[in-house]
Ligand binder design. Structure first.
Ligand code: SF4
Length: 227
């Protein structure tokens, strides 16, 4: 990790220059809305989540509204985001606990957020940073996991272990924006299938520059050979 410690400052400097206003792309107006939007964003694009949350947040305005939602109705409303049954269960469960134990207000600490059903560190980190401007960790989603590996900041595969490695090298003052900068970079340049290394402003600092192999498309001959 010594090399990661040396490279992290220039990496952060470049990321801040290229993505100066890195914030979540999820639309929200209060802590409850970002909590629900983040739950919905699992395995789904922010754009799709944003396309249905205005109507959702008009119908369900408070944690009590979500807690007492008709399960089938809520599932139908969030169905386009995928995994809608699990997501509805998490939203209703988390809202019920917010009503029962936190006076209807989304709690503002990692420890309290982690007691909510369906809320793990990634969701809690996004709620804390987006709604409370508080960084108690770094949210590790698919983009952060991929870029942490490619940039040589972590060799781990499990989000909790990747986060532990990142917290050890990224200065605390940068925790708040780190997820959003890597997400932006992962979408714009360091894409999963075809990273644009030749155009990447981080290439001089990245041990994976030009070394990521793009998976070959499956040909009919290739498919036949496995049958
Ligand atoms: Fe990703 Fe390539 Fe940039 Fe490294 S150089 S961060 S692998 S796009």
């Amino acid at each position: 990790m010594e090399s990661a410690r040396k490279r992290i400052k220039p990496i952060l400097r470049i990321l801040r220059r290229v993505y100066p206003r890195s914030r979540t792309a999820l639309a929200f107006e209060n802590p409850l809305q970002i909590l629900v939007a983040t739950i919905l964003s699992a395995q789904c694009t922010d754009e799709r989540v944003n396309s249905l949350t205005p109507a959702l947040f008009k119908k369900y305005r408070t944690a009590a509204d979500f807690a007492s939602a008709d399960r089938a109705e809520l599932e139908a409303a969030i169905r386009p985001t995928g995994f809608f049954r699990n997501k509805a269960k998490s939203i209703i469960g988390a809202s019920g606990k917010i009503v029962a134990e936190f006076g209807g207000r989304v709690p503002g600490t990692m420890a309290e957020l982690l007691t909510l059903p369906g809320v793990a560190r990634k969701t809690a980190n996004i709620v804390l940073s987006s709604a409370f401007g508080r960084a108690e960790g770094i949210a590790v989603d698919v983009h952060v996991a991929r870029l942490a590996g490619r940039l040589g900041l972590s060799r781990e595969k499990v989000p909790e272990k990747i986060e532990r490695d990142l917290l050890a090298v990224v200065p605390r003052r940068d925790w708040l924006d780190f997820n959003f900068m890597l997400v932006n970079h992962g979408r714009a340049v360091c894409r999963a299938r075809k990273p644009l290394c030749s155009e990447c402003p981080l290439r001089a600092l990245c041990p994976s520059a030009g070394k990521i192999e793009t998976p070959r498309p499956k040909t009919s001959a290739g498919l036949r050979s496995r049958t």
